[in-house]
Ligand binder design. Structure first.
Ligand SMILES: [Cu+2]
Length: 253
């Protein structure tokens, strides 16, 4: 072992122990949070939750490495009573570490672009491409309310979003004024609604329920759009296919 390596081991041996303990605690807490994930109420929600879970594991590990190193160095290499003058040995950087950090950062970011980035998008777009007869629901956003129409079913301007379970829905998003964002938290995906644009969001609900039974099943604007933004919500009901048919026949003209 060279003198320099020996110094590094002596200086940072304790840090490795701190990393292991910190990682065990932090990843344990992350696992608890992931186990207590709110409702995953659509096919798409499982895809985005998988991506988020993966990124949380990774972020926690990196956070412990960086944060742990800072805390460890602040304690281990602090100035002690009686210390005076400049440190005996100091360099601005340690070459191999700089190269390692640069290469690792680039590698991790490239890997994340592929998974979960491109893989997840491919899965979401795959559902969209394979949906042969999606249920079309026109969504109109305005300050500060949502209205829904079902063009094929002859239902117009209802203030509650009613959908069947297990069928892919093509939400056609429009806004009458400023930008909004269509989001049902339980469905795990959302999309900005932009003036003078018609945008689409595909969702396949998998869990029955309503805003009354679970507030995660609600439309919520998630882009600040003025005073009424936090209250810009709409109730949602996810029904069985048979119950949805009944609802359609009771509400269509
Ligand atoms: Cu808003």
């Amino acid at each position: 072992m060279s003198a320099r390596t020996e110094n590094l081991v002596k200086a940072f041996g304790g840090l490795v122990v701190a990393w292991i303990i910190g990682m065990a605690i932090a990843e344990g807490l992350a696992a608890y949070g992931i186990d207590h994930w709110p409702l995953l109420g659509s096919v798409q929600a499982h895809i985005t939750a998988d991506a988020t879970t993966y990124l949380i594991w990774q972020a926690v590990a990196i956070y412990v490495l960086v944060g742990g190193t800072i805390v460890y160095c602040a304690i281990r290499f602090r100035a002690r009573p009686g210390d005076s003058g400049p440190p005996a040995y100091q360099r601005r950087y340690f070459g191999p570490f700089v190269i390692f950090w640069l290469v690792m950062s680039i590698a991790i970011n490239l890997a994340n672009t592929i998974y979960p980035g491109m893989v997840g998008l491919e899965q979401l777009w795959g559902i969209q491409m394979q949906a042969k007869h999606p249920l079309v629901v026109d969504v109109t956003a305005q300050q500060w309310k949502w209205t829904f129409s079902y063009p094929k079913q002859g239902i117009t301007d209802v203030s509650k979003l009613v959908v069947p379970v297990g069928r892919t829905i093509d939400f056609v998003l429009r806004t009458k004024d400023v930008m909004h964002d269509f989001w049902v938290p339980a469905w795990g995906v959302k999309k900005d609604v932009i003036p003078n644009e018609i945008r689409h969001l595909y969702v396949t609900p998998t869990v029955l329920g309503s805003t009354k039974t679970n507030p995660m099943i609600r439309v919520q604007c998630s882009l600040i759009c003025g005073n009424g933004h936090p209250m810009m919500r709409a109730p949602v009901e996810v029904l069985t296919k048979a119950a949805f048919k009944t609802w359609v026949s009771n509400n269509s003209f």
